[in-house]
Design a protein around this ligand. Structure first.
Ligand SMILES: Nc1nc2c(c(=O)[nH]1)N[C@H]1C(S)=C(S)[C@@H](COP(=O)(O)O)O[C@H]1N2
Ligand SMILES: [Mo]
Length: 205
């Protein structure tokens, strides 16, 4: 998966000359990171990681503003999860990231918190129930098929909202707002898509 050729001559560290995604995990075939259809509301976003921060705000005791590296320093987890877009395509990917609940616990929830609103660099937003995120160990992913997310795929972070439609999988997340309104309507929800975003049962046969 990695080509490790030689070293710099100055240190013992190997130089990675090329990297490629993995396409199989524990005997399961995966889709390619190129199988996604790019149809984001205003096209790909190119986030400067040096000025980026992830905010955790709203019904919390201690608002957070985390750098990319601070998020990556949390315990990491991997999961194979399929994203289904309402437009009729899907992609099965090995996701690696941190648990959203680990990040949110740093901020300490206030009473009444029940909804998480994710806001993105392109103005997109969507929400998920807090209990769903905690009970299902929902990831905030930074790698797909062993590679960091590409700008088109949501670098630095995408929500892996398993068992929910793709429009719930917010890319380019900049803000996690804790709220108490389970009826909050994000970008597609305010245009008629369901707030719960649950996949139809026929996808589970
Ligand atoms: N910030 C942001 N996140 C987003 C979107 C978007 O337009 N902006 N599109 C959503 C939709 S509809 C889908 S299906 C998934 C996957 O979209 P992609 O194939 O463009 O990565 O991202 C979701 N997350
Ligand atoms: Mo979608």
């Amino acid at each position: 998966m990695f080509s490790l050729i030689g070293n710099s001559g100055l240190s013992n560290e190997s130089i990675k000359l090329s990297q490629s995604e993995i396409r199989e995990y524990k005997g399961e075939n995966l889709s390619s990171i190129n199988d996604f259809h790019e149809n984001s509301i205003t096209g790909p976003q190119y986030i400067d990681i040096n000025t980026y921060s992830l905010k955790i705000i709203g019904l919390v005791e201690n608002s957070q503003s985390l750098t990319y590296n601070q998020v990556l320093s949390e315990q990491s987890y991997e999961k194979v999860v399929t994203l289904y877009c309402v437009e009729g395509w899907n992609a099965k990917i090995l996701w690696k990231g941190v648990l959203l609940k680990d990040l949110i616990e740093k901020a300490k929830l206030k009473d009444g918190a029940n909804t998480i609103i994710f806001k993105a660099y392109d103005g997109y937003s969507s929400s998920l129930p807090l209990a769903y995120v905690y009970d299902n160990n929902i990831l905030l992913a930074y790698n797909m098929n062993s590679l960091p997310l590409f700008p088109e795929r949501g670098f630095p972070f995408q929500v892996v909202a398993e068992s929910k439609w793709g429009y719930k999988w917010v890319k380019w997340v900049t803000e996690i707002e804790i709220g108490n309104d389970p009826t909050y309507k994000g970008f597609w929800e305010s245009r008629g898509y369901s707030v719960n975003g649950d996949l139809e049962s026929y996808y589970f046969n």
